[in-house]
Design a binder for this molecule. Structure first.
Ligand code: GAP
Length: 445
């Protein structure tokens, strides 16, 4: 197997995503808009698979976490209480000559990427002089109602978790959960990033999958360790190579204003080790702040000890789009085939692959029984029917989008009631009776 050079892997992935309908630049017919992306037919399917898998493992598979789905625009006081109005800002510098804008804390990273020989104070793209750093708040502002004045200012949420804190009491009451328990939510978040980059890695509109786990300050450490391990294992469970993942404790100067401690799950991207997910120990910061700003009692009453206390929070916070990018990067391979031919293959986990089974008639004349077969497989598997082009080309097309199995119905199938099943990674072919095909595939998944 030949691995692709790291300089061009991101370009190859971006072009594959566009060509095959995973991801397009947003509003492309108008020239695009920096930091915004659209998921096409295969991308939308794959994104749903990621989210469904997260939702299942975080809520349905356990009885100590429940889910919510809240509004994106919240009362503006929420963001004062959370500390976002005050401190959710990045330091920004401008180059005086070429006018490029950078995050002051990421200058070394940009320089390393460009291989620039600029002096440490110079600008990464042209070597020009930089302005002093200024703080830039990352929240998108909007107005609620017809009047655009300071009283109607609202924000698009920069993280999904705040509505979990504001709903803590209600959810706890209606679900009759006792601490320790968690509340999970997935959905869109918005950040006016200074420099969106690396395809969907850092964008201005993205999706998060967050869970706030409320526990007693007496057993917070145990839960912190539990969630760090559980979240690391989740990525391995959806097929990410373990050797490309690592856990890293955040240093004191990296910690967000609310965090007491945090671990990042990091992946080795072509542009270096980067955060995929953060698992933070938020203490009781958020409930304390919301209690203070709203004037409402958000404490929890423990019926056994007859004590009121503010639970502490352990938060695993993941990005849907970053997980998506990780899965693509990790799955992508170019292989030299025996005949001197090359193939591109996405070795996606069957749970995640947008298409699970490709179904082909060897000739268009055989379409009818194969359409029937596709219809029955569709009840259970994400199935794609294709009758166009030589069979080898149809296999390649499915390899490129990560389809784990292809089923070919040929002229012999009419006599032996069997089909050829081709496995994506080994390219091995097996003859399987149609009557047991679903069972065979189920076993493989
Ligand atoms: N509630 C905590 C929180 O939001 P964060 O580290 O700022 O923490 C959590 O974000 C995760 O959300 C990140 O690990 C990343 O996966 C994703 N994320 C954050 N900013 C992003 C961006 N601009 N583009 C894509 N994903 C982003």
């Amino acid at each position: 197997m030949t691995t692709t050079s790291t300089e061009t892997l991101m370009e190859k992935l971006t072009s594959l995503c566009k060509r095959r309908g995973f991801i397009f630049p947003s509003s492309e017919i108008y020239g695009g808009i920096n930091g915004f992306w659209d998921y096409g037919p295969l991308g939308a399917e794959m994104k749903r698979n990621i989210k469904e898998h997260w939702w299942r493992s975080m809520t349905q598979d356990r009885d100590d976490v429940v889910g919510i789905d809240s509004s994106i625009v919240m009362h503006p006081r929420v963001w004062e209480a959370s500390g976002h109005v005050e401190s959710f800002a990045d330091p920004m510098v401008d180059c005086k000559s070429c006018k490029s804008r950078f995050r002051a804390d990421k200058l070394d990273e940009y320089r390393a990427e460009k291989g620039a020989k600029a002096p440490p104070t110079g600008c990464p793209s042209c070597g020009g002089e930089l302005t002093d750093a200024r703080k830039f708040n990352l929240m998108f502002k909007t107005f609620v109602g017809p009047v655009e004045d300071s009283a109607s200012v609202a924000f698009l949420r920069p993280e999904t978790c705040q509505s979990i804190f504001t709903n803590f009491k209600q959810v706890q009451t209606v679900s009759r959960k006792k601490v320790p328990f968690g509340i999970a939510q997935m959905g869109k978040s918005f950040r006016n990033e200074v420099t969106p980059r690396n395809f969907i890695f850092r964008s201005r509109e993205f999706e998060q999958m967050e869970m706030e786990f409320f526990c007693s300050p007496k057993d917070d450490q145990r839960w912190f360790e539990h969630w760090v391990q559980q979240r690391f294992d989740w990525y391995v469970g959806i097929g990410v190579r373990k050797e490309k993942l690592r856990l890293r404790a955040q240093t004191a100067d990296e910690l967000a204003h609310y965090a007491k401690a945090a671990f990042d799950v990091e992946y080795e991207f072509p542009f270096g080790w980067q955060e995929l997910e953060g698992i933070a120990h938020r203490g009781s910061y958020d409930l304390e702040q919301h209690a203070k700003f709203s004037g409402k009692d958000l404490s929890y009453f423990d019926e056994e000890t007859k004590e009121h206390f503010l639970p502490v929070v352990i938060e695993p916070s993941a990005g849907v789009d970053r997980t998506f990018l990780t899965l693509l990067v990790d799955a992508y391979a170019e292989e030299q085939l025996q005949e001197g031919e090359e193939r591109v293959v996405l070795r996606l986990h069957p749970k995640i692959a947008p298409v699970q089974v490709g179904v082909f008639p060897l000739s268009k004349k055989l379409a009818e029984p194969v359409l029937e077969l596709a219809k029955s497989l569709r009840k259970e598997f994400r199935t794609f029917y294709d009758e166009a082009g030589a069979i080898g080309r149809r296999y390649r097309r499915q390899d490129e989008v990560g389809t784990p199995f292809c089923v070919t119905y040929d002229f012999e199938s009419q006599n032996d009631n069997a089909v050829t099943v081709r496995e994506r990674d080994s390219m091995k072919q097996e003859r399987i009776p149609i009557a047991t095909l679903a069972e065979y595939l189920r076993g493989k998944f």
